[in-house]
Design a protein around this ligand. Structure first.
Ligand code: SF4
Ligand code: MG
Length: 324
């Protein structure tokens, strides 16, 4: 299978941890071709760091990041093909576009880098504008003259210009008005179907993630807490942290930004000096002595992998509540 994998020990390094947790070092995060892998967690959970790693903006001090089997960290600089294989969409489209460039120039940039000639570039730009539903009459405008939604369409056009296979979506709709969010999400989903794109969706907004992710990775303090198929993970979470995140979703208003309202007792501990045993124990409502002492193993609960001593019990409890 074509995939990229991210070794877990790498996250420990990035979050300032030494790789002493050998029990979990064999866990890797994989996004399969054509799927959307959602990565969720509170701020400070390491979601954005993960994005920067995947796109080669950060160089890991240890471990590897692979895209389609190729190691990004070591090959990025000398492999423009691989760089062209991964596009990124950021939260704030306007500031991600060079203010001195017009829409046309901004979209032309990656095409130039990839060696497209002048005529080819013009053709490709027209094609891209059509793909993202942006009228040609915007091509001579600057980013500050666009609405948030239009700017995000330009950013998307630019990101897919060189036909990447993987797109990292870092909070792609968080900065947009509610009325625009849906149209950008629909655009992203249509492009994915049309081109078989693999998405890594980083978001604190669980309603967006639930809408488009096939699988979900839940992060806390730079570590993976639970990774599994989206629907079962939402229905029957197997980790107390996942459960807490889900309980914070208001049923009535699916557009509310969920983790903003998220209340778990206590602050996220410093990643430099993480808690012993299970990193979540200082905030976990069912923590026991064992949790403070022993790093939990990765427990296989069929549709999920959960790093909790009581993963099976947590999942069973939820099932009981649902089917009394
Ligand atoms: Fe909570 Fe213990 Fe599970 Fe960690 S291992 S999530 S502290 S129950
Ligand atoms: Mg972030």
């Amino acid at each position: 299978t074509k995939e990229f994998a991210l070794e877990d020990s790498l996250l420990d390094q990035l979050m300032g941890r030494r790789t002493t947790i050998t029990a979990v070092s064999n866990v890797s995060l994989t996004a399969y071709e054509g799927e959307t892998l959602g990565i969720v967690g509170e701020s400070g959970s390491g979601k954005s760091t993960l994005a920067n790693l995947i796109t080669g903006l950060h160089t890991p001090t240890q471990g590897t990041v692979r895209i389609n089997g190729e190691e990004v960290s070591s090959v990025t600089r000398r492999s423009p093909e691989l760089l062209a294989d991964v596009g990124v969409i950021f939260q704030n489209a306007k500031s991600s576009i060079d203010p001195r460039l017009t829409v046309r120039q901004a979209i032309a940039e990656p095409l130039k880098t990839q060696g497209y000639g002048r005529t080819e570039r013009q053709e490709r730009i027209s094609e891209l504008l059509e793909l993202v539903n942006l009228s040609e009459r915007y091509t001579d405008r600057y980013a500050h003259e666009l609405s948030g939604g239009q700017a995000q369409r330009v950013a998307i056009a630019r990101a897919i210009a060189t036909e990447p296979r993987v797109l990292i979506l870092d909070e792609p709709v968080s900065a947009l008005d509610v009325s625009v969010k849906g149209s950008i999400i629909n655009l992203l989903m249509r492009l994915q179907r049309e081109f078989g794109l693999t998405y890594v969706l980083i978001s604190h907004d669980l309603s967006v993630v639930r809408h488009i992710a096939d699988r979900i990775a839940v992060m806390y303090l730079g570590e993976l807490m639970e990774v599994g198929s989206a629907e079962p993970l939402f229905e029957t979470p197997a980790h107390p942290y996942t459960k807490a995140l889900l309980e914070a979703i208001p049923d009535t208003d699916p557009t509310t930004s969920v983790l903003d309202a998220f209340v778990l007792e206590g602050d996220v501990p410093s990643p430099v000096d993480p808690p012993s045993g299970c990193v979540f124990h200082t905030r976990c409502p069912i923590a026991e002595d064992r949790c403070r002492r022993d790093v939990p193993p990765v427990v296989d609960v069929e549709t999920s992998a959960s790093r909790c001593h009581f993963a099976k019990r947590v999942r069973a409890e939820k099932e009981e509540v649902q089917n009394p």
